[in-house]
Write a protein that binds this ligand. Structure first.
Ligand SMILES: Cc1cc2nc3c(=O)[nH]c(=O)nc-3n(C[C@H](O)[C@H](O)[C@H](O)COP(=O)(O)O)c2cc1C
Length: 234
């Protein structure tokens, strides 16, 4: 790799496909077993848990895109915490950019990318979701917060998401807080700025490529209170 090279053709990278070696073709097929799009998400989630390398895959990590009232789009990865009544629950800091965006515009887009090998075939799957984000009530957020690991609870007390930080100062504060927790002097109650959202989906777009072949897509759309699905070209 050289930074001075005008064209860096990534297709020659050994991790990318080598276009010269691939001389076969086929069309992938997604089998839809249920009219509820969340059932396919659950099925694919179980596949990735079963077949992907747990050391380098985070099945519950999703990309979330938000858009503020000026039309500026922000995307970031975060954890899908739970699925409740087919809605996706997330947790964040009320003072951060995404929360400000969500107050101005509740429309969101999420993407999961899942990759694994099954029966010697490499699967690449993408789930795109469009939906509306709704703030959860304190009780629901509190329930999620109580199940957070210790470092996440400490983070919610220590960190003001997005503000500049002086590392040495933050580390000292962290260590003091951690000591207090270990000594039973700080129960780390949920701070007011911790907020949960549920994403209520109205459109799903599932994409699958198994092996180096043409992908298949299935779109689910909510129409008059009912889910409809159809295949689309990849
Ligand atoms: C693996 C991973 C998991 C993350 N999980 C969360 C999360 O659950 N909630 C969250 O607010 N940020 C999470 N983040 C951090 C976000 O990507 C982002 O940096 C942060 O939320 C600030 O985003 P914002 O400025 O757009 O609000 C995670 C980042 C990574 C890499």
């Amino acid at each position: 790799m050289t930074s001075e090279c005008a064209i860096w053709d990534l297709r020659t990278d050994e991790n990318f496909f080598d276009s010269k070696k691939i001389n076969h073709s086929n069309l992938s097929h997604i089998v839809v077993k249920s009219s509820n799009p969340m059932d396919l998400l659950r099925e694919w989630y179980h596949d990735v848990k079963k077949y992907a390398d747990p050391n380098c895959t985070m099945p519950n990590l999703m990309n979330l895109a938000t858009c503020n009232s000026d039309g500026e789009v922000h995307a970031r990865n975060l954890y899908m915490r739970q699925i409740v009544n087919d809605n996706i629950h997330i947790m964040t800091d009320r003072r951060g950019t995404k929360c400000k965006d969500l107050i101005e515009n509740t429309n969101v887009a999420c993407t999961f990318f899942w990759c694994f090998t099954k029966n010697n075939i490499k699967y690449a799957r993408q789930v795109r979701i469009q939906g509306i984000a709704k703030e959860l009530n304190t009780e629901e957020t509190q329930k999620m917060y109580s199940n957070e690991p210790l470092y996440c609870k400490i983070r919610s007390h220590l960190c003001h998401q997005g503000l500049p930080v002086e590392w040495t100062e933050a580390k000292a504060k962290h260590d003091k807080m951690y000591e207090e927790v270990l000594a039973g002097k700080n129960p780390l109650p949920m701070p007011d700025h911790v907020v949960g959202f549920e994403i209520v989906p109205h459109k799903f777009d599932y994409y699958q490529a198994d092996g180096e072949i043409i992908g298949d897509r299935v779109v689910f759309e909510m129409k008059w209170g009912k889910w409809e699905n159809y295949h689309v070209y990849s």
